[in-house]
Write a protein that binds this ligand. Structure first.
Ligand SMILES: Cc1cc2nc3c(=O)[nH]c(=O)nc-3n(C[C@H](O)[C@H](O)[C@H](O)COP(=O)(O)OP(=O)(O)OC[C@H]3O[C@@H](n4cnc5c(N)ncnc54)[C@H](O)[C@@H]3O)c2cc1C
Length: 280
């Protein structure tokens, strides 16, 4: 949108353009007739290539760690120390997986980050496979991979039970409700999970693959103002720091609202330059 309005932008991407879409096997609700996430990710990448070649965008690989609005400018700092200054910074870092140590029912080494279930490819899973948490992507993953045969043992708290119900009849899943559990790596490159089950008894599970399915949390960077739930609503930010996509709220987390809010942020800057905003 910014390029189509004649504005130059620098796109800072830590991974690859459309990286989340690569794991979305089927799409039904995106304007343009896209039927699969990778197809849309490729189209987005081609768009960026096209406007980059036309000199209207620069793609910079890097991780943003801090944003700051100051007077009539905004700054963004990357993890390699580089600081960029612009008229506005639009932050659209989305959401990331909840870490086990942040759940309250899992004890794990500090900094343990499990690969998310929704990104897992069935052919790459080594058995036995255990999944921590029964968040919604469990049902999506099973529907997206009807031919995946390796059984999943899903250890989840009582608060996930209503979400687990939709997969209860799938014979590829064994649901185990737990009160709490402790995770540690084994010397053989696997995992030991010591669980206190719902009835108060204890049981140990040995896993070759351990995946996280614990929900998501806003990928806020320093300098953003967060609400009580951790999300970053646009109205809490400095006027030079605009927020788009999933990062704004736990509601409306869809591709179409990400596209819409990103386009709106670019338009906001465009009308400011055009002097339409504030009656100028
Ligand atoms: C399994 C699954 C299935 C889904 N299915 C659908 C569906 O069918 N229909 C639908 O509408 N939506 C679906 N969604 C939701 C949809 O993917 C999101 O709403 C959408 O991708 C949000 O876009 P976004 O740009 O806000 O964030 P993201 O797509 O998460 O993009 C954020 C980008 O920011 C980058 N980034 C993060 N932190 C930094 C940083 N510090 N510095 C630089 N770059 C950073 C990331 O690498 C990423 O490329 C699904 C999501 C999942 C996980």
């Amino acid at each position: 949108m910014a390029a189509s309005l004649g504005m130059h932008s620098i796109l800072i991407e830590a991974d690859q353009v459309g990286t989340k879409l690569l794991a979305v096997a089927a799409l039904e609700n995106v304007v343009g007739g896209w039927r699969a996430g990778p197809e849309l990710a490729r189209a987005m990448g081609a768009d960026i290539d096209r406007i980059t070649a036309a000199g209207r965008c620069t793609l910079l690989r890097g991780r943003a760690v801090r944003v700051r609005g100051c007077g009539d400018r905004a700054e963004v700092r990357l993890d390699d120390g580089l600081t960029l200054t612009a008229a506005v910074v639009i932050v659209a870092t989305g959401v990331g997986p909840v870490d086990p140590a942040d759940t309250g029912w899992i004890t794990a080494a500090d900094g343990l980050a499990l690969p998310p279930l929704w990104r897992a490819r069935p052919e790459q899973l080594r058995g036995p496979v255990h999944v921590l948490g029964a968040d919604r992507p469990l049902g999506t993953w099973l529907r997206a991979h009807p031919d995946a045969r390796r059984p999943l043992t899903v250890l989840h708290p009582a608060s996930d039970a209503y979400k687990a119900a939709e997969v209860a009849d799938d014979d590829r899943v064994r649901l185990v409700q737990v009160r709490s559990l402790a995770v540690k790596e084994t010397p053989s490159d696997g995992w030991q999970v010591d669980a206190e089950l719902a009835d108060g008894s204890t049981r140990s599970f040995i896993a070759a693959t351990l995946l996280g399915n614990l929900g998501s949390t806003p990928a806020a960077i320093d300098g953003l103002n967060q609400g009580p739930d951790g999300y970053c609503p646009p109205e809490l930010q400095h006027p030079r720091v605009l927020v788009a996509g999933d990062l704004r709220s736990s509601r409306c987390q869809r591709i179409i609202t990400a596209q819409g809010s990103g386009a709106e942020a670019a338009l906001q800057r465009y009308y400011e330059v055009a002097g339409v905003i504030n009656g100028r």
